[in-house]
Design a protein. Structure first.
Length: 196
């Protein structure tokens, strides 16, 4: 082994250890989000519900580790969320076809990882990133409502063409408020180390 190989070996071991640590964090925080997602504070019509901050672990990880890690954790969370919703609401009430499933679960939940767009910045940016991520997720669900769910549910006539916005907006708004409060507490307690 030459000197050059000796110099690079510790770096490779360090990178591998860091990757392993990040994968472990992804598994832990996506699972924690899924557990919190299973605890429903309120069950709303049309297969919707409000949880006790289930978006926070994935967004926290994204803020700490960056968008790429957050998107990965969010994708896993989305797949786990599908199984949770299938048990509570029945598969026929949460998935009408494979395209809608992929759009509203792996993709929509992955977008929670966008919270990390302001990775390594101030607490204010952390909260802005969280709100941005939830808003983009809301847009995906509203779009799916117009494309898929119009053929499944009979929505109140007074909602008119705004029913996907009203139904999805109601719980996403509450989830965003809960998430911002919890993230504020976490940031205040210095659980996000922006120097990493």
């Amino acid at each position: 082994m030459n000197q050059n190989e000796k110099e690079h070996k510790p770096d490779q071991n360090g990178q591998q250890a860091n990757r392993t640590k990040i994968l472990a964090e992804v598994a832990i925080f996506s699972s924690l989000s899924a557990v919190l997602y299973a605890i429903k504070l309120f069950i709303l019509p049309y297969g919707l519900s409000i949880t006790i901050g289930s978006f926070v672990p994935v967004m926290w990880l994204s803020l700490r580790r960056g968008v790429k890690t957050g998107l990965f954790a969010g994708t896993i969370f989305g797949i786990l969320a599908f199984f949770v919703d299938s048990i509570i609401f029945g598969t026929q009430n949460v998935a009408v076809n494979p395209v809608q499933f992929v759009l509203e679960y792996p993709i929509a939940f992955a977008l929670l990882g966008l919270a990390g767009v302001f990775h390594k910045k101030t607490a204010g940016f952390a909260l802005a990133g969280a709100c941005f991520a939830i808003f983009v997720k809301f847009l995906i669900h509203a779009f799916a409502g117009y494309i898929f769910w119009v053929y499944v549910y009979q929505f109140p006539e007074e909602w008119g063409v705004w029913w996907p916005v009203v139904s999805n907006g109601s719980f996403h708004l509450v989830e965003s408020v809960v998430s911002v409060i919890l993230l504020s507490m976490l940031v205040k307690r210095r659980t996000l180390d922006y120097r990493l």
